[in-house]
Design a protein. Structure first.
Length: 149
């Protein structure tokens, strides 16, 4: 079952259950997928494209939550958190900090990276390997810590 079909099925269930917060999150995902299809010129949207769109949506929600919390707008933050929880259901399981560190260490040794000058190479490989499974900022912080230390 494709992601679009899953979204449509869950939208029907949310409508029947009158679950507005879930429905709002699902509609946001559906809108992003439709936008992705139109950007592809009606061409085939791959599963990788869909995951990248979901990762981007999750990152946007996390950024909004942080900003709203800084501004004391818990009402708006709550809405973003509800949408984020819906989006995260469709993302691959997130790796723990320990798992991320192990992956980054493996990449560093594989590339023979020894200093901050190698950060670009390490980040390129790490982002490709961990895309959707870990937050990019967390990966970057981990790489900096391991290369600097």
């Amino acid at each position: 079952m494709s992601l679009s079909e899953q979204i449509n099925d869950q939208m029907k269930q949310a409508m029947k259950a009158k679950d507005q917060s879930t429905l709002r999150g699902l509609r946001a995902i559906k809108a992003a997928l439709l936008l992705l299809q139109t950007q592809e010129g009606g061409g085939e949207v791959t599963e990788k494209d869909e995951m990248e769109a979901l990762v981007k949506m999750a990152k946007q929600r996390k950024d909004s939550i942080r900003i709203f919390n800084e501004q004391g707008r818990s009402d708006l933050s709550k809405i973003e958190e509800e949408e984020l929880s819906v989006i995260e259901k469709f993302l691959p399981a997130q790796l723990s900090p320990e798992e991320i560190e192990n992956e980054v260490k493996s990449i560093i040794s594989q590339l023979g990276a020894t200093s901050m000058k190698d950060m670009g190479k390490v980040m390129g490989m790490a982002n490709g390997k961990l895309k959707g499974k870990a937050d990019g900022k967390l990966i970057a912080d981990m790489v900096k810590g391991l290369l600097a230390g």
